[in-house]
Design a protein around this ligand. Structure first.
Ligand code: NBX
Length: 829
């Protein structure tokens, strides 16, 4: 009991009337009856889950209202984090932890013979994001609330989240993610009274009477209804909000039969559905910009609804608009919400009557922008026609911003048309959203040191030269509360026993674990925790896929979106090579290994989908070959989501982070694995470099070309992969196996073969292969030295404090949003 309270904390004010587990059990039973009209005995687990979530929501409600009132009274500076994606993960367990209710709830339910874990499992995992970018946004909401910062998320309430992935015969199939089956989400508050109207299309009439007036006419107006999801800080009474906007049409007052268009009710309702489809689905691509009208519509919908409501609140509180940058910050998560620059200008100019210079000053001092990618195919550029037709007034404003910006550039670089064109916001018939975001922000940050360096020296070098003071690096961070306390409670417990619980508030204190690296009993306890987590994962895999994995084997996990640059295919080639060693010599001394893959491929990305097929084809061969004698297993976990990550990460020994150097802006999975004591095998890219610097050579396995080398190859036209094919027999063998009938589908992997050999191996898989195999061998040999391995695990956990989201967000608070208070975790620095 004593042990548990160290993590969960019992020091909470358990709503006034309740005082402990017995009260909790009574309240819960009553809530099942109230919500479902059923006794506990006849309620399903889903119904019990809903009743529990509803009960927890009552705690959140009070704190939400109190927090809002306190912010208003203190006139605290607000931060609005605009993102097209949020991947919050399941919320029940997180809310229990953050409200300090974990223990009382667990014990209260136990009295009723209910297992809390089974109810937690009933929650949908909202998939309102593609990957790292959306998950990062959610980690930061947690950190902001936990640091006591008034920071809120603004996003879209997609009716269907990222598709559900099912694999049949090794092929990915996509199904709608119907996460709102019951019509609503149990955590949200619908707030129709705060509906905003967003206008699309039409035309703009300009009237000059002393001053120019812009009359927007014949537009289509869509209502944006907000749904607020409460975000609780860690045991600090703070509850912020994630506001998700939904497109809705209220048909109550639309006449059906005799309206002036002569439409019947069927048409009115059909129109309603067509309009509401705006927020139906999340675009499932995480790396390629899709120039679809609907996507631009979603972006403007989010931005316009959010900014209107933010400004309205500001003005209602009788605050001066000129003080906007002092009172609030608007942060844009990648360029997706970068229309915020033009929309804020529109509101200040057209709705609030300010002049251009003043509006521009306010806008640029209020907005800041994080870049998450340097991949050219991901950079958003909208064709002028499409942009202008959908957003005529916004286009006029962007034109004016562009003209003024280009004039400035002309003064700086007279006659240098090439440079001016490269930096212009409108060029080559398109609107460049990154240029708009940079011009309209006072801060632009990259997400790891190397990524920021590439932004400054290459991707955004012209902008950096123009305004170096705007640019800074803030290396990403992840919430250690979810990724340690929730996902790995046994490890969290063990750490508390060793070094106390101050690391929960201040993750830097994890460093004290280094004192235990030579403590046998601590090392044993760590190994036991890892083993239990491996067992939990193995049970899941057995139950779901009927594959038995060896819990003593080295569990090596590669879990993330499937993409050529993330190089799942290189991992596959290494496994093929390991297998070939067994085929050559069935008695080869192979360290037993389990390779786990999970991740979704964008539905239109053929090669990524074929990588999934390749993984399955390999699994099919290896898992059933008696020669292998179970020394290698390959498992693909379907429909990867936050909950799966919470299961896989604590149960893994090795974390695969092997992108082509220079391409992974940061990575955040790498940090989560590290916190859970997994050792990284990785290229020198993104945050892998920071992990390497933190843990030192002995506690990470690095290999491969550096970013500088990769970029130098690109400048010089690449390299010839056939040279490697001819020099390295292992490469030749695995390449041929892709197309020679080794797999029962000789032509199936031709695209991979061609990409590797005939199209120049753009991602340097063959170039890095030899080094990758070498460190894989080294790693396996070190794994079997359990004492040595434990030290590596401990070093990884001990040095992971700098990757906590609290550190990252405190840096934003200080260097980007200029928040007056210094967040606690930065006070000592
Ligand atoms: O953002 C990811 C990067 O690839 C990671 O390196 C980084 O750690 C993470 C957080 O900074 N980017 C990412 O996840 N992008 C998307 O999900 C995305 C979604 C839609 C889209 C483009 C990119 N149109």
């Amino acid at each position: 009991m004593q042990r548990e309270s160290q993590i969960t904390g019992t020091n909470f004010d358990f709503v006034d009337a309740m005082s402990g587990e017995e009260d909790f059990a009574i309240a819960f039973t009553a809530n099942v009856m109230k919500l479902h009209g059923k006794s506990l005995d006849s309620a399903s687990n889903r119904e019990k889950y809903l009743a529990l979530a509803d009960l927890v929501r009552t705690f959140l409600s009070k704190r939400l209202a109190d927090t809002e009132a306190a912010y208003r009274q203190e006139q605290k500076k607000q931060v609005y984090y605009l993102s097209l994606e949020f991947l919050p993960g399941r919320l029940l367990a997180a809310n229990l932890l953050n409200l300090g209710l974990q223990q009382v709830c667990e014990q209260g339910l136990r009295r009723l013979n209910i297992n809390l874990a089974e109810l937690i499992d009933q929650e949908e995992d909202p998939a309102l994001g593609n990957g790292g970018l959306g998950r990062l946004a959610a980690c930061y909401l947690d950190s902001m609330a936990s640091l006591g910062l008034a920071g809120h998320g603004c996003g879209i309430r997609y009716r269907y989240g990222l598709f559900e992935q099912r694999v049949t015969d090794g092929y990915q199939r996509e199904f709608p993610d119907n996460w709102l089956k019951e019509g609503r989400n149990e955590w949200e508050y619908r707030r129709p009274e705060e509906t905003m109207n967003v206008r699309f299309g039409g035309r703009v009439r300009t009237i000059a009477n002393g001053k120019l007036h812009f009359i927007h006419e014949n537009y289509q107006q869509i209502s944006a209804v907000p749904y607020d999801i409460p975000i609780a800080g860690y045991q600090n009474e703070i509850v912020n909000t994630l506001r998700l906007w939904s497109a809705e049409v209220d048909v109550t007052y639309q006449a059906c039969t005799f309206d002036r268009h002569g439409k019947g009710c069927i048409n009115v309702i059909a129109d309603k559905h067509a309009t509401e489809s705006l927020t139906d689905t999340l675009y499932p691509d995480d790396s390629v910009y899709e120039g679809k009208l609907l996507r631009l519509k979603q972006q403007y919908f989010l931005v316009s609804a959010s900014l209107q409501s933010i400004l309205r609140k500001h003005v209602v509180n009788k605050a001066d608009l000129r003080l906007l940058p002092e009172k609030l910050s608007i942060h844009i998560n990648d360029t997706h919400p970068s229309l915020a620059v033009a929309e804020l200008m529109r509101l200040l100019l057209d709705e609030y009557g300010l002049g251009w210079a003043e509006s521009w000053d306010i806008t640029t001092r209020t907005i800041s922008y994080t870049n998450h990618t340097v991949l050219p195919e991901a950079l958003e550029k909208w064709p002028i026609d499409l942009f202008q037709t959908l957003l005529p007034r916004i286009y006029m404003i962007v034109q004016e911003i562009n003209e003024r910006f280009c004039r400035e550039l002309w003064d700086m670089y007279p006659g240098d048309w090439q440079k001016i064109k490269a930096m212009a916001i409108i060029a080559d018939g398109t609107v460049h959203m990154a240029a708009l975001a940079i011009a309209g922000s006072h801060r632009v940050n990259g997400v790891s040191a190397i990524h920021t360096q590439i932004l400054k020296q290459k991707t955004m070098s012209d902008f950096y030269q123009l305004t170096p003071q705007k640019f800074l690096n803030i290396t990403n961070g992840v919430t250690h509360r979810r990724w340690m306390l929730l996902a790995n409670p046994d490890l969290a417990q063990l750490i508390c026993e060793a070094i106390g619980d101050r690391w929960i508030a201040n993750p830097d204190e994890l460093q004290h674990l280094l004192n235990f690296a030579h403590d046998n009993s601590f090392c044993c306890a760590m190994a036991k925790v890892k083993f239990a987590n491996k067992l939990r994962l193995a049970k899941y895999i057995q139950a779901k896929y009927g594959i038995a994995i060896d819990t003593c084997s080295l569990i090596d996990s590669h879990i993330k979106r499937i993409h050529a640059y993330k190089r799942q295919s290189m991992n596959v080639l290494h496994i093929m090579d390991l297998y070939n060693r067994i085929l050559d010599n069935p008695h080869a001394d192979i360290v037993p290994r389990t390779f786990i893959f999970a991740g979704k491929a964008a539905p239109g990305y053929y090669k990524a989908k074929q990588t999934i097929k390749l993984i399955h084809a390999l699994a099919e061969k290896i898992n059933h070959d008696p020669l292998v004698k179970n020394r290698i297993k390959v498992v693909f976990l379907q429909n990867y989501n936050v909950s799966h990550a919470e299961l896989i990460i604590p149960g893994s020994d090795v974390s695969e982070q092997i992108p082509t150097a220079s391409m992974e802006a940061c990575g955040t999975g790498n940090m989560k694995f590290m916190m859970n004591g997994a050792v990284t095998i990785g290229t020198l890219d993104g945050a892998n470099i920071a992990i390497w610097e933190a843990v030192g050579d002995d506690n990470i396995f690095t290999f491969g070309l550096t970013a500088d080398q990769v970029l130098a190859y690109y400048r010089n036209g690449g390299y010839n992969p056939w040279d490697i094919y001819h020099q390295d027999l292992r490469v030749k063998t695995v390449m041929e196996q892709l197309v020679n009938g080794f797999f029962p589908y000789p032509e199936e992997f031709r695209a991979h073969y061609d990409a590797f050999l005939n199209q120049g191996d753009h991602y340097f898989v063959l170039k890095d292969f030899a080094q990758y195999v070498e460190v894989q061998n080294k790693l396996a040999n070190e794994f079997i030295n359990t004492e040595l391995w434990q030290k590596k695990c401990i070093a990884n956990v001990a040095h992971s404090g700098i990757f906590a989201g609290d550190r990252a967000f405190a840096e934003y608070a200080l260097s980007v949003w200029d928040l007056a208070e210094r967040p606690p975790c930065l006070r000592q620095h």
